[in-house]
Design a protein around this ligand. Structure first.
Ligand code: ZN
Length: 361
C-alpha cells in the first residue's frame, strides 16, 4: 500500500487507524508469506458502513435512497414532489428534507449523487431537460444547502446511470458493452463500451428518444416532430391505448387481457424493435437492456421486439435484448456507482473529510 500510494508507512497506519475508528474498514493480521519482516495487515472495506445518498429526478416523480458499497439499496423513499410542476429549487428542497430521515445509523455517508432526466455534467451543470422544461441550471449549487457539510455530490443522466447500474450490478454484469434504453415519461439511452460510459463530445450521446423516426409524426417535447419518443414514450403508449392514466396502468390492463392495451403494447413493441435493430446496426452494443416500462414491453411482447429488430439488423446474431434486472432502482444504483468511483479513486480523502457517521440508535 505504501508503495502504490506513495505515502510513508506512518501516514498509512494513521489513515488506517482513522478509517478503522470510523468503522469504514476492518483489519486482520495476514499470515507471513515467508519474506522478512512483520506481515502486513489485510484491510477490508466494511461495505455496509460505507454508503452514498442518491436521488433520482424524473419528470413527475423523485426518489431518494441510501446505497451501500456493492450496490445494495438499503432504504428508499418515493418523495412527494412533481419536479416538472414545482421546478428545480423546490425539488432539491423536497429531496433534502426526505434525505434527513434516511441515513442509516452507524454508517458513514461518503458522497451524494443524483440521476437527472436531462443532459447534465458530473458537476451538475444541466444543459437541457426537455421533459422537465429545465435549462442551463447549476444543480450542484442548488443541492449544496441541502447536503450535510462538505460531502461531494455528483450528477449524471438517468439513462447513463441506469446503464452503469445494469452493467455493474444488474443483468449486464459480464458483458463488455451494452445499450440501455429506458422509458418513463421520456426515453433515455445509455451506452457502455469496454466498461466505460460513452457520452459523446457534449455529453448527450444516445439521446435516442429524439432520433426522428417519422418526419411527419407527432410533436415531441423537444420541439421536433416524429421523434422515437412520440412512438414509444409514455404519452405514445397512452394515446395508442386510448387511456389517460399511466404506462403502468396500460401494462397492467394488457396483462389482464384488455385488447386495446394489448394492441398498444404490441405497437410500442414493434417500434421498439425497429429502433433497437437500427441502433444495433449503428452501435453494435453486445446487449440491449430495456428499462422503465420498456422492460414490461419486452416481458409482454418480447417476440415482437425481437422480430422487428431482426428485420432491420444487418447481423441478427448481434441482437440480445433483455429486460432490466434492477428495474426502478437502476438509475439509483448507477448513481451510487458513479459516486463510489470518484471516492475510491482517493479513499484517504474519506478519512480526511471526516464523513458523517450517525450514532447507532
Ligand atoms: Zn424529440
Amino acid at each position: 500500500m505504501t508503495h502504490r500510494t506513495g505515502l510513508n508507512k506512518s501516514t498509512v497506519l494513521s489513515l488506517v487507524d482513522e478509517l478503522s475508528e470510523l468503522g469504514l474498514i476492518s483489519e486482520s493480521t495476514a499470515v507471513s508469506d515467508g519474506s522478512r519482516g512483520r506481515p502486513s495487515a489485510i484491510v477490508q472495506l466494511n461495505s455496509e458502513n460505507v454508503v452514498t445518498v442518491v436521488s433520482e429526478i424524473a419528470v413527475d416523480f423523485a426518489r431518494i435512497a441510501v446505497v451501500g458499497l456493492g450496490g445494495i439499496v438499503m432504504q428508499s423513499i418515493d418523495v412527494d414532489v412533481n419536479p416538472r410542476a414545482v421546478g428545480p429549487t423546490a425539488t432539491a428542497q423536497a429531496l433534502g428534507e426526505a434525505g434527513v430521515n434516511l441515513i442509516v445509523p452507524g454508517s458513514a455517508v461518503v458522497a451524494a449523487a443524483t440521476a437527472v432526466h436531462g443532459v447534465v455534467s458530473t458537476e451538475g451543470h444541466l444543459t437541457t431537460a426537455p421533459n422537465l422544461d429545465w435549462r442551463n441550471l447549476d444543480l450542484g449549487q442548488l443541492a449544496r444547502p441541502f447536503l450535510p457539510r462538505d460531502i461531494p455530490v455528483f450528477f449524471g443522466n438517468d439513462a447513463d446511470l441506469g446503464a452503469l447500474g445494469e452493467h455493474r450490478r444488474g443483468v449486464a454484469r459480464d458483458v463488455e458493452g451494452l445499450l440501455y434504453l429506458s422509458a418513463e415519461r421520456g426515453i433515455g439511452g445509455g451506452l457502455i463500451r469496454g466498461g466505460e460510459l460513452q457520452q459523446g463530445i457534449h455529453g448527450h450521446a444516445t439521446e435516442v428518444g429524439h432520433f426522428v423516426v417519422r418526419r411527419a409524426g407527432s410533436r415531441c417535447s423537444c420541439g421536433s416532430k416524429g421523434c422515437l419518443e412520440t412512438e414509444i414514450g409514455e404519452s405514445a403508449l397512452l394515446r395508442k391505448a386510448g387511456r389517460r392514466s399511466s404506462a403502468g396502468r396500460v401494462v397492467e390492463l394488457a396483462r389482464e387481457g384488455d385488447s386495446a392495451a394489448q394492441r398498444a403494447v404490441a405497437d410500442v413493441a414493434s417500434w421498439l424493435g425497429f429502433a433497437i435493430g437500427n441502433l444495433v446496426n449503428l452501435l453494435d452494443p453486445g446487449m440491449t437492456v430495456a428499462g422503465g416500462f420498456l422492460s414490461d414491453i419486452v416481458e409482454l411482447a418480447g417476440d415482437t421486439v425481437r422480430r422487428e429488430s431482426e428485420a432491420v439488423a444487418l447481423v441478427t446474431e448481434a441482437i440480445d435484448i433483455r429486460a432490466s434486472a434492477l428495474n426502478r432502482d437502476a438509475a439509483l444504483v448507477g448513481a451510487a456507482e458513479l459516486a463510489f468511483d470518484h471516492i475510491l479513486q482517493d479513499p484517504a480523502a474519506i478519512a480526511l473529510r471526516s464523513p458523517i457517521v450517525r450514532e447507532t440508535a
